[in-house]
Design a protein around this ligand. Structure first.
Ligand SMILES: [Mn+2]
Length: 425
């Protein structure tokens, strides 16, 4: 717990672009300001519109101000922060930053996800930083007193990748805050919405909020150091270790570098792969077909807990020479709930390939108009529920046949886009 930034103090923090006296005192302090503030100080009339980053910063300032107002209006409430079923470092760290920001307004946030942390790095992240996210299955959520929550929050997702959403909506809990960098997935809009598909990581957006004063990180507070480390990890992992980072992401990483613990980050990154993940990667290698620089691999059945092996296999396949895009998919089965679902991941290094568009085009929508997947820069994913065809895999001939049908269907849909000449659309 920390008390250095009370709400009263916080109310006085100005998010406006007018630098106050203290801030323009010295050159060093100039560098402390946000990029927007700095450039508006240095070139009051010049250079507008020349940089996407600059426009991005105008938005960041507006959004920070807006978020501050919303949080003030929701003081003393309890909120559920819902992450995708299989949260990644970007989601986990951003949700934590949100929780710390909201805490200043006496808003109590519970960070929950329905699935598992299946990536070894994510498990290490949560354990080593003591990150306050909890698994919450449908059953657990049903057993909670949902009336005690005045709002819910979506971070690094728009509700399309969480099983919990229908239940929360049914309970009539309003969406208070939505912050994401995936392309807009639907009509869902919160009281506060900040969706910026051009930003590479949600951690970048949250770091900007911090930088703009929504919470002053203090390097003497261990929790702040750990959260900064988590954000650095989130930012790096969503930008392919900064390779796909843009100016805004680098600025955010630069800011976090003042607080993060490099050794702790290293410890998180040292996490090793389980044998089962290695086996899935091996299957993806064996089964892949490469056409037109696309590498496509079906990996058959996987346990629910190993689901994250799919994106890891895609990460690996995309490193092959002459491959710019990899798609890996498999049937994930949840023994507890007798549920089966086709899950796939796409990774691309091709700048002109939009994963969101590609996946929506390849797989289309379900009967309710919901897309089976989507994406962000460089990465995408899809989930196709198997409904009535779920289960009964004790009969191995049947299980094999079922896989073959799904495998063939997915390949057909992907190859239509991979070889457009063979299948004129
Ligand atoms: Mn993300």
């Amino acid at each position: 717990m920390y008390l250095n930034s009370s709400v009263t103090q916080f109310d006085n923090i100005s998010l406006s672009t007018d630098p106050n006296e203290e801030e323009v005192d010295t050159d060093k302090d100039l560098l402390e300001l946000s990029p927007l503030t700095r450039s508006s100080v240095l070139t009051p009339n010049g250079d507008l519109g020349n940089s996407v980053a600059q426009r991005g910063n105008v938005l960041a300032v507006q959004k920070s101000e807006e978020l501050q107002k919303i949080l003030l209006a929701h003081r003393n409430e309890r909120h559920l922060v819902i992450l995708q079923d299989f949260p990644d470092p970007d989601a986990l760290s951003s949700a934590w930053a949100y929780q710390l920001i909201a805490q200043q307004y006496d808003i109590k946030c519970e960070i929950i996800y329905a699935g598992t942390l299946s990536h070894q790095e994510n498990i290490a992240l949560v354990k080593l930083t003591n990150l306050p996210a909890q698994r919450c299955t449908m059953q657990t959520l049903k057993s909670k007193d949902l009336l005690s929550y005045q709002g819910f929050v979506l971070i690094d997702n728009q509700g399309t990748t969480s099983q919990l959403l229908p239940l929360v909506k049914q309970a009539g809990i309003p969406l208070v805050v939505l912050v994401d960098h995936h392309s807009l997935q639907g009509e869902l809009s919160g009281e506060f919405t900040d969706v910026r598909p051009h930003v590479r990581a949600t951690a970048t957006i949250f770091t900007q909020y911090l930088q703009l004063g929504l919470l002053a990180f203090d390097s003497s507070i261990s929790q702040h150091i750990k959260c900064a480390t988590a954000l650095m990890h989130g930012l790096r992992s969503d930008t392919n270790r900064l390779m796909q980072a843009q100016e805004e992401d680098f600025m955010a990483a630069a800011y976090l570098s003042r607080f993060y613990d490099a050794q702790l980050l290293n410890a998180i990154l040292q996490a090793t792969r389980s044998k089962r993940v290695m086996d899935v990667i091996e299957r993806s290698l064996k089964n892949r077909i490469v056409q037109n620089n696309f590498s496509i691999a079906g990996v058959g059945y996987l346990r629910y807990d190993d689901r994250d092996a799919i994106p890891q296999a895609a990460d690996f396949l995309v490193t092959e020479e002459n491959v710019h895009t990899a798609v890996v998919y498999g049937i994930v089965h949840d023994e507890d709930e007798e549920l089966e679902i086709v899950i796939g991941s796409l990774r691309t290094t091709k700048l002109t390939l939009d994963p969101d568009e590609f996946i929506k085009e390849a797989f289309g929508q379900d009967s309710t108009g919901r897309f089976f997947g989507g994406g962000r820069t460089g990465a995408g994913g899809f989930e196709i529920p198997m409904g009535f065809l779920s289960g009964s895999n004790e009969n191995s001939a049947y299980a094999k046949m079922k896989w073959e049908v799904f495998d063939a269907q997915i390949k057909q849909k992907l190859l239509k886009l991979v070889n457009p000449k063979d299948h004129p659309i």
